[in-house]
Design a binder for this molecule. Structure first.
Ligand code: PMP
Length: 370
């Protein structure tokens, strides 16, 4: 509908990809350089194993899990087709291990439910978000987990929650860790936006602290946003077992499952990421590009947050998304009257805005805000 709209001032805050100030979703310079090298130097396209590019998964573990954990032999990891593939593989592993319930917050990324259900798990939802205040309702979250049983799995967004933009404070991560330990709950952490919130290490800090404290956990990772590799389908799943010995059969099971799901994950994007992470100059370039993407998002967040009192929480939230406190009717009126496009839920992609369009966006929005 946005594409077909002839109005020149139209705004698309719908599609969930990073956009630069010109509205493009460019290939990152470090990615282009690594792809050029790959094209020149790759000698074979013969199969890899079901684990994909192990060099990719190991180097990415340094970025995601932090150096000390990457060498933890309780943790085993495989490349997957995107974060979606990582979540599906996690779901299949959990189903096979006898898990029944996965708890997801409401609202969450709409694909979470179907991914878990298709693997035979039962999805239960917990309270999480105070819509009126646009913030985490931590007490309600803890209350609704009172029903969770020993061995249940709880999905957590590692940072930059989709769609609410919220993130747990270090204290909340700590409280959750204690709760999970006391109740025997297993965290499945979905990390799809590392580096787009506060920074690479900052965005992973809560997750790393939790992993250091709990016996078992799973981490589903996506390189789509932070390497802008969306269509190349690059991701990884790490599973932390209670002991190094327990990690061995888990890895074997992961490979059996991956073989029947996709045989081998697609190579190109993962090989590209491996080349970047292997080369200090390319890695520095990637980090600099990611930092500037993050700064652009946070600049837009500050400006949008300052534009109306009801939007103030957006300034303190993280990542690409925010959930506007407006109803479906307001969403259609914004589309019809102002050529502003977003899904019926009122989720906006902050990167769809420009500093120059924020004032008119906020003015159009203002009659519908509380
Ligand atoms: N988790 C969340 C929270 C997401 O928003 C997304 C997609 N943007 C994914 C996982 C899946 O990522 P991918 O596109 O790598 O499959």
């Amino acid at each position: 509908m946005h594409r077909a709209d002839p109005r020149p001032h139209k705004i698309d805050v719908g599609v969930g990809v990073y956009r630069d100030e010109t509205g493009e979703t460019p290939v990152m310079r470090a990615v282009k350089a690594a792809e050029t090298r790959l094209l020149a130097e790759q000698r074979t396209k013969s199969y890899l194993g079901a684990e994909g590019d192990q060099g990719f998964t190991d180097r990415l573990a340094d970025v995601a899990l932090g150096q000390p954990l990457a060498t933890d032999t309780r943790i085993t990891g495989v490349q997957t087709p995107g974060g979606t593939g990582a979540l599906r593989l996690a779901a299949e592993l959990l189903a096979r291990a006898g898990a029944t319930f996965v708890w997801v917050g409401a609202p969450t990324w709409p694909n979470h439910g179907p991914i878990f259900r298709e693997a035979g798990l039962v999805v239960r939802t917990h309270a999480y978000f105070d819509t009126a205040q646009s913030r985490i309702d931590f007490a309600a979250f803890v209350d609704s987990l009172a029903e969770a049983r020993f061995g249940d799995v709880v999905l957590l967004h590692g940072c930059c929650h989709n769609p609410t933009g919220t993130a747990f404070s270090p204290g909340e991560w700590d409280e959750l860790t204690q709760l999970f330990l006391a109740r025997g709950l297993i965290p499945l952490i979905d990390l799809a936006y590392q580096g787009l919130g506060l920074g690479l290490d900052e965005d992973a800090a809560g997750m790393r602290a939790m992993l250091a404290a709990v016996p078992e956990a799973l981490v589903a990772y996506s390189c789509d946003k932070n390497f802008a590799l969306y269509r190349e389908r690059v991701g990884a799943l790490w599973v932390q077992a209670a002991t190094p010995a327990a990690a061995v059969p888990i890895r074997e099971t992961l490979l059996v499952l991956a073989r029947s799901l996709w045989s081998m994950p697609p190579d190109h994007g993962a090989a590209t990421v491996r080349l970047i992470l292997d080369d200090p100059a390319l890695k520095a370039e990637w980090r600099a590009e990611l930092t500037s993407m993050c700064a652009r998002i946070n600049g837009l967040r500050s400006a949008l947050g300052a534009s109306h009192p009801a939007l103030a929480p957006i300034a303190d939230q993280q990542g690409l998304f925010a959930l506007l406190p407006i109803d479906e009717n307001a969403v259609s009126q914004l589309r019809e009257r102002h050529a502003i496009y977003m899904p019926a839920s009122g989720r906006i992609n902050i990167a769809g805005l420009q500093l120059e369009t924020i004032e008119s966006f906020a003015a159009a929005l203002s009659p519908y805000l509380p």
